[in-house]
Design a protein around this ligand. Structure first.
Ligand SMILES: [Zn+2]
Ligand SMILES: [Zn+2]
Length: 160
């Protein structure tokens, strides 16, 4: 088991089995907790409102939140590692990117994962495309000047 870095966090087959980062560990633990509770309540009716079933619903939300965060992080990592091979220039769907280092973006995104509650991540986290996060990052970077450590890039930015 090991921690896969932000720029190498996109191979689910490997991550599922080996990664113990701050994104994968909660995902794995919450999955186990949900399964445990599903077993406990497997012969309960779907409309059952007992305490165990209530816990099951809570654990499902917790798990789905962790899963959506992880999916976002993995998808972003895939694009981020591509950026590093292209001089850190955003080439994905960003209309007004602040170009910069992929790692800065990933670290910023890692922080964003901790800023909302599980219900938000269960529902909204699933619906927002990656471009939403790039745009948020752009705005955060623009608002903070150099404090995000993002260098200005003067070359062409290709939006696809
Ligand atoms: Zn991980
Ligand atoms: Zn029940």
């Amino acid at each position: 088991m090991q921690v896969f870095g932000p720029l190498e966090h996109h191979d689910y087959r490997v991550l599922d089995a080996e990664c113990i980062c701050h994104v994968c560990v909660p995902w794995r633990e919450r999955h186990r907790a949900l399964q445990e509770q599903q077993l406990k309540t497997q012969d309960h009716d779907i409309s059952c409102a007992c305490e165990e079933c209530r816990i099951k619903v809570q654990r499902r939300t917790a798990y789905l939140a962790a899963m959506n965060k992880r999916d976002l992080y993995c998808e972003a990592s895939w694009h981020a590692q591509l950026l590093t091979r292209n001089n850190n220039v955003f080439t994905v769907t960003v209309s007004d990117p602040v170009s910069g280092f992929a790692l800065v973006f990933m670290n910023w995104l890692g922080g964003e994962l901790n800023t909302r509650n599980d219900s938000w991540w269960e529902i909204r986290g699933l619906l927002l495309p990656l471009s939403h996060w790039f745009n948020r990052f752009s705005h955060a970077a623009a608002a903070s000047g150099h404090s995000l450590g993002i260098p200005q890039y003067s070359g062409n930015i290709v939006a696809s």
